[in-house]
Design a protein around this ligand. Structure first.
Ligand code: DGL
Length: 272
C-alpha cells in the first residue's frame, strides 16, 4: 500500500479528505489527526513545525509517497521548512503539499470588488501567508484577515451547532465587515470552519461569497497528479481509507462520521 496521506491537527482535514475522495475515489488514503495536541492555531511557529514534521514522518513510515497538510496552520507555519529543509534529507522523491496556495489561486476569479476577507486561526493570520500568496498572484486585491480563536474549539468540542457558537461567529463577521465594508468574498482559511457554515451563512450579508477550501484543494491535487505522472503511478488504487488519531479512537469515530457522513473506525497512535 502506498496511500495519499492527509494530516490535520484534528478533525478539520476531514473536510479536505472528503472532497479529495469524492473526486478521486480510486486511491488509497490514510488520515492522521493529532487530536491530542489540537488546536495548533494558538501555538508558536516552532511547535507547529515540530508537530507537523513528526506527523509527516509517521505518514511516510506508513508508506505515503505524498502527504497533504489538510491544515492551514501547518501549511502556513511548517510547509516551506519541511519542503526545503527536511524533505531532501528524509526522501527527496516524496512530496508534501499544503492547502493555502490552491485556495489563494481561485480568489482572483471570484472577487469583483477586489476586497477579500480571510477567516483563519490566530497562527495563520499572524503568519500573513494568505496576504503574501494572494499578493503574488493578484496584487490588486486587498486582503483583510480576521483571527477566530474560538472557532476550532467550537468544532473540536461539538459545539458548532449550539447557540453559543452564534455569538462567536457573529462577532468575527462584524469585525471583518467593520475592517473592510467592501469585501465581496471570504475565504474559510481553516479546514475546521466548513462545519460552521450554517451559522456563517446566517450572519453574513447577502452578496458576499463564502469560500470553503475542500473542492479547490481536491481539484488542485488532481491537476498536480496529472502533471506528475511518476507520483500518480506510485499511489496505490485500492479505494480504501484508514484513520489514525493521537486521542481516543471512539471519540474520533463519532466526530469523523459527522465530518465524512460515513462510519469511521480509527486506530490510536502516539507521536513522535
Ligand atoms: N484545521 C486547522 C487549520 O486549517 C486548524 C488548526 C488548529 O488546530 O487550530 O488551520
Amino acid at each position: 500500500m502506498s496511500p495519499i496521506g492527509v494530516f490535520d491537527s484534528g478533525y478539520g482535514g476531514l473536510t479536505i479528505l472528503r472532497q479529495i475522495r469524492r473526486l478521486m475515489p480510486q486511491y488509497d488514503y490514510v488520515y492522521l489527526g493529532d487530536n491530542a495536541r489540537a488546536p495548533y492555531g494558538t501555538r508558536s511557529f516552532e511547535v507547529v513545525y515540530e508537530f507537523t514534521l513528526q506527523a509527516v514522518r509517521r505518514l511516510f513510515d506508513m508508506g505515503c509517497p505524498l502527504v497533504i497538510l489538510g491544515c492551514n496552520t501547518a501549511s502556513a507555519k511548517a510547509l516551506r521548512s519541511i519542503q526545503q529543509n527536511d524533505l531532501p534529507g528524509i526522501d527527496p522523491t516524496r512530496r508534501v503539499l499544503g492547502v493555502v496556495r490552491p485556495t489563494a489561486e481561485v480568489i482572483g476569479s471570484i472577487s469583483k470588488s477586489r476586497h477579500v476577507g480571510i477567516f483563519a486561526t490566530p497562527g495563520t493570520i499572524r503568519s500573513r501567508t494568505y496576504d503574501l500568496e494572494i499578493a503574488k498572484l493578484f496584487p490588486d486585491i486587498k486582503v483583510t484577515g480576521i483571527a477566530c480563536p474560538m472557532w476550532v474549539s467550537l468544532v473540536e468540542n461539538h459545539e458548532y451547532d449550539s447557540p453559543g457558537a452564534d455569538y462567536f461567529v457573529q462577532k468575527r463577521i462584524d469585525d471583518l465587515l467593520t475592517a473592510d465594508p467592501d469585501i465581496d468574498a471570504v475565504i474559510l482559511g481553516c479546514t475546521h470552519y466548513p462545519l460552521l457554515m450554517d451559522k456563517i451563512r446566517m450572519y453574513m450579508p447577502d452578496g458576499i461569497e463564502i469560500i470553503p477550501q475542500g473542492g479547490y484543494v481536491a481539484h488542485s491535487l488532481k491537476d498536480y497528479l496529472m502533471r506528475h505522472t511518476d507520483m500518480k503511478r506510485r499511489i496505490s488504487t485500492g479505494g480504501t481509507a484508514s484513520f489514525f488519531t493521537t486521542e481516543y479512537p471512539e471519540q474520533f469515530d463519532e466526530s469523523a462520521a459527522i465530518f465524512l457522513d460515513e462510519p469511521v473506525e480509527a486506530r490510536r497512535i502516539t507521536l513522535p
